[in-house]
Write a protein that binds this ligand. Sequence first.
Ligand SMILES: O=C(O)C(=O)C[C@H](O)[C@H](O)COP(=O)(O)O
Length: 205
Amino acid sequence: MSESLLDRVPVIPVVVIENLDHAVPVAKALVAGGLPVIELTLRTPVALDAIERIAAEVPDILLGAGTIVTPGQAKQALDAGAQFLVSPGSTPTLTAAMRDTGLPHLPGAATVSEVLTLLEAGYTELKFFPAEASGGANFLKSIHSPVPAARFCPTGGITAASASSYLALPNVGCVGGSWITPADVLAREDWDAVEAAAQHVHENT
Ligand SMILES: O=C(O)C(=O)C[C@H](O)[C@H](O)COP(=O)(O)O
């Protein structure tokens, strides 16, 4: 995949799957809504199996694994079929493990020093997490002049209403968020609502 991860879609849906049977319907609803990308978080026991199922049954979706917090998870996500990786923060061993997979990946940063450390390691595309709690759009606006080389996918606390203020910034390529697939919507298996939320993003960003 040569194209930048930040420039494919304006919003990356961040999805927490509790019930393995929800994985494929959620992925299909996102594709049907015109948002063919998913970041499946490795936060639940079924997450790797969910990635495997989506890889096998929804080939049209760009399939990522999120919440990569240990080096071993990078390889596990690769083996399950993930096509990109996202971590909420970064350590040298974590970024090395993600790089070893050969997959595109977004390492997380929340401070200027973390951003500079990742730039030194060769990264120019980063996740900014937790975005709202770490200063939000104002933080990104403030660091653009001193550190113009870094571009971001802010994630954490972003909503349908606040996404546009991030997307208007020159150093933001896309945002991530779970608002398209909230826990209550998944729990009641309302795939039409997921499709409608994806379509809303597709048509309004
Ligand atoms: O699990 C990860 O990989 C994370 O780094 C955190 C998630 O990206 C955010 O928790 C999503 O943020 P919300 O849209 O506020 O739910």
